[in-house]
Design a binder for this molecule. Structure first.
Ligand code: UDP
Length: 329
């Protein structure tokens, strides 16, 4: 039996592939390579190029392999872009998953782990955020992921497709080997941007707002190591394989760090002074997002391994300083 990883050449997807291979799973990757990198897929993996909205490629993948479970990362994920291009996001993120689910139904594949997001909550009502808290996305990206969660619920009801939706907080860090890491084009995430400043590729980091209601005025986020996210997916997958019910889990470390704290820790780890400048707030940023992951810890027996911000940044630094141009040779 093989696990199909949709979007397996992306940042989290490629770490998922590594986690599966380390656990002796057979892996098949489907990626349209719009954002993914061929060099991010390392090891003995069968790779197909194609889009989830293309039924022909899904038929090929599902008929040529003995797939028992799918992990779906294939999506557009830029919050700002989703606000200016909502139709692109609904088309790809919702349309792509509907197409995938139709094929899973037709090929009798009953298990799916779905990549969801803390953006499903919008402005939180409580900190830490619990899975049962209200979901009111403040951008189309979060809305598309919440929409898919609802579609999954009804597909379970009608077709018996079991799902786990994992709502990530801030994915960060890189594989411990230093071979794969984060390379978005353009880069918009905090830690890689700070590291680009450390590497002299950018002059400074712009801090988006210092007038939030937080201890130092900058936004507080819950950073979770990408390999810890991957390990949670595998636990979720195995639980589904053992007959587990469909569930939704938060994935975070339950600890918040401000933008200024992240910059300070990065300065300490790299030993490089990092120039920072205060800029206006970024639209749609809540002041504080911190997960309660008690449910995943209790029910999936999930134990994050790289749970200190120092370790997360050290692994990211290890990747970035050895891949100054990301996956470009
Ligand atoms: N951020 C920042 N400057 C940047 C990029 C990000 O101040 O150049 C802030 C952003 O406003 C947020 C935090 O860093 O409060 C994390 O942002 P990121 O884009 O990494 O993740 P998000 O929280 O959007 O998922």
């Amino acid at each position: 039996m093989s696990v199909l990883v949709c979007g397996g050449a992306g940042y989290i997807g490629s770490h998922m592939v590594a986690e599966l291979l380390e656990n002796n799973e057979d892996v098949v990757v489907l990626d349209n390579f719009q954002k993914g990198h061929r060099d991010a897929v390392i090891g003995n993996v069968k790779v197909y190029e194609g889009d989830l909205r293309d039924r022909k490629i899904l038929d090929k993948v599902l008929s040529e392999n003995n797939i028992d479970a799918v992990i779906d990362f294939a999506a557009d994920s830029l919050v700002g872009e989703s606000v200016s291009e909502p139709l692109k996001y609904f088309n790809n993120n919702v349309g792509g998953t509907i197409s995938l689910l139709q094929a899973l139904k037709d090929y009798n594949v009953k298990n799916i782990v779905f990549s969801s997001t803390a953006a499903t909550y919008g402005e939180p009502e409580n900190i830490p955020i619990l899975e049962g808290d209200k979901t009111f996305p403040t951008n189309p990206y979060g809305e598309t992921k919440l929409t898919v969660e609802k579609i999954l619920k009804w597909c379970d009801n009608a077709y018996g497709i079991k799902y786990t939706a994992l709502r990530y907080f801030n994915a960060a860090g890189a594989h411990i080997s230093g071979k794969i890491g984060e390379d978005h084009r353009p880069e918009s995430h905090l830690i890689p941007i700070i590291l680009q400043v450390a590497l002299g590729k950018r002059e400074k980091i712009m801090i988006f707002g210092n007038d939030y209601n937080t201890p130092d005025g900058t936004c507080v986020r819950d950073y979770i190591h990408v390999s810890d996210l991957a390990s949670a997916h595998l636990l979720a997958l195995n639980k589904l394989r053992q007959g587990g019910e469909s569930k939704i889990y938060n994935l975070g470390n339950g600890k918040g760090f401000s933008v200024k704290e992240v910059i300070d820790v990065t300065k300490k780890i790299t030993g490089i002074d990092i120039k920072a400048e205060i800029a206006p707030r970024r639209a749609g940023d809540p002041a504080v997002l911190i997960a309660s992951s008690e449910k995943a810890i209790k029910e999936l027996h999930w134990k994050p391994k790289y749970d200190s911000l120092e370790t997360i940044i050290e692994t990211a630094w290890n990747y970035h300083k050895n891949h100054i141009n990301g996956y470009d040779k």
